[in-house]
Write a protein that binds this ligand. Structure first.
Ligand code: UDX
Ligand code: UDX
Length: 475
């Protein structure tokens, strides 16, 4: 029987901490779950009707538990004091300065949390690493906890990486392939097992040592990203040979050893995890002198960069080698459908490339705000140089338009580029859209979600990833 006295605090109300804690609170009504964050605006949003992140099904889960046993606040110390299980779910971005810049994970927020937990705690606490961390981080966390504790508090540290994917977070949390818990104390492990076992089949809850758990998360993301880069590498070969990447993916996916998932060729993977985690893995390998292993994994990221720039180069080449002053509709800015998250989205890179070619871009995304789009473009244009050049500032001010619908983005445009696989793009009224565009009307499907044959029949000059749309079927 689970210990009814378990009370949980989670530091970090982000894409991972928020939904995960909402699910725990929803499934365990007797466990108090207090989610804290230093960002007051974010907390206010969690306490309002417009949550800070868009995730199908999340609103309902939060609505049921909030005010009962789910609480959001900025009272970090109080939440730590009142809980006996503390999740750390703060962000761990790639370091942008000093040793390991551009590769290593920036662990300053993790360290800050560990110090705050140490100083605010009394009695015994189980500290759970939820953030994705380099292998052996728990060692540092344990050391900080044991040396900085003021009130004689004692700690167990567990690693419990989260495998949810954005856009399907609620499904993934409800029915995870597995829950992974690494730790040294079997008692502490059992306490966390008891929480998940309320709704997850016990056979799916795996327990390991700390280091295996930490490393499994990096490894899982590296393998997933590697599959996308592998199929994207093949897409380039398809385009020059006449093979069709979707047919190749379907053919190889029937091999039960390969499996059909994660073989969708695209403009490139994005999201806050894949690139960051692979670079982190690369850094770790180099740190341990495993240079060939590091080079092997780094190639996955290089291939992804290649795919993104190949896509923008192809647009320019196809449109008679110039897009200067031409209007290009960008359909989708989020890194995948069903999320408002744009972190590392391929769209950011493609838009930057097109802007630098002086194109005028009309961006439409059903969930991403105008402000977010402009911030992302500003950041990618600055890219470490510290300041936005006058030319780039002018490009963002004058050449970037954020549209309120896919139709208005395409109206008067020379081309449409589909960069996120939102369902609404598949059902667009392409006949009307074609009529509203400049001719020839180019269409670049960076997600291979549209009916290319039909669109070519309507008169579009269609280009997709890893396939040739034969000229003979174009009007
Ligand atoms: C998570 C994981 O934690 C990260 O390691 C993993 O690789 C990706 O998923 P995520 O939830 O997506 O990160 O991050 P984010 O949405 O940025 O949320 C982190 C939150 O932590 C932010 O709201 C931030 O304000 C908060 N935070 C950060 C704190 O409350 N305290 C800090 O010291 C730092
Ligand atoms: C990923 C992992 O899937 C998840 O387990 C981990 O916890 C966090 O990182 P996420 O980044 O949210 O999740 O989304 P995911 O569905 O993995 O997609 C990542 C990127 O790969 C997206 O840009 C997506 O469009 C792209 N992708 C995915 C492809 O281009 N092709 C595919 O076949 C699959």
């Amino acid at each position: 029987m689970p210990d009814s006295k378990t009370s949980i605090c989670c530091i970090g109300a982000g894409y991972v901490g928020g939904p995960t804690m909402a699910m725990i609170a929803n499934k365990c009504p007797d466990i108090e779950v207090h989610v804290v964050d230093i960002n007051q605006t974010r907390i206010d949003a969690w306490n309002s009707d417009v949550l800070p992140i868009y995730e199908p099904g999340l609103q309902e889960i939060v609505a049921e538990a909030r005010g009962r046993n789910l609480k959001f606040s900025t009272n970090v110390d109080q939440a730590i004091r009142e809980s006996n299980m503390i999740f750390i779910s703060v962000n761990t971005p790639t370091k942008t300065f000093g040793v390991g810049a551009g590769r290593a994970a920036n662990l300053e927020y993790i360290e800050k949390c560990a110090r705050q937990i140490a100083s605010a705690s009394e009695g015994h606490k189980i500290v759970v690493e939820k953030s994705t961390l380099p292998v052996r981080t728990a060692e540092a966390v344990k050391r900080i906890l044991s040396t900085s504790s003021r009130n004689g508090a004692t700690f167990d540290v567990l690693s419990n990486p989260e495998f949810l994917a954005e856009g399907t977070a609620i499904e993934d949390l409800l029915e995870p392939d597995r829950v992974l818990i690494g730790g040294e104390s079997s008692q502490a492990i059992q306490k966390l097992v008891d929480v998940y076992a309320r709704w997850v089949d016990r056979k799916r809850i795996l327990t390991t040592n700390l280091w295996s758990s930490e490393l499994s998360k990096l490894t899982a993301n590296a393998f997933l990203a590697q599959r996308v880069s592998s199929i994207n590498a093949i897409s380039a070969l398809c385009e020059v040979t006449g093979a069709d990447v979707d047919e190749v993916a379907a053919a190889i996916g029937t091999d039960s050893r390969i499996g059909p998932k994660f073989l969708k060729a695209s403009v490139g993977f994005g999201g806050s995890c894949f690139q960051k985690d692979i670079l982190n893995l690369v850094y770790l390998c180099e740190h341990f002198g495993l240079n060939d292993v590091a080079a092997y994994w780094e190639q996955v990221v290089k291939m992804n960069d290649h795919q993104k720039s190949r896509f923008s180069r192809n647009i320019v080449k196809t449109m008679f080698n110039t897009v200067s002053g031409k209007r290009i509709a960008i359909w989708g800015f989020a890194f995948k459908k069903d999320t408002n998250d744009t972190r590392e989205s391929a769209a950011i890179h493609v838009c930057r490339d097109l802007l630098r070619e002086q194109a005028v871009i009309n961006i439409f995304d059903p969930k991403v705000s105008d402000e977010q789009i402009r911030n992302d473009l500003r950041d990618v244009m600055i890219n470490g140089s510290g300041e936005l050049s006058a030319t780039d500032r002018k490009l963002i001010e004058k050449n970037v338009h954020v549209a309120s619908s896919k139709q208005s983005a395409a109206s008067g445009a020379h081309a449409i580029a589909v960069l996120t696989e939102w369902d609404e793009f598949k059902t667009a009224d392409f006949e009307t859209i074609y009529d509203s565009m400049q001719k020839p009307a180019f269409l670049f499907d960076g997600r291979n979600i549209l009916d290319h044959k039909k669109l070519a029949g309507l008169g579009f000059d269609v280009h997709a990833i890893g396939k040739r749309i034969e000229a003979s079927i174009q009007a």
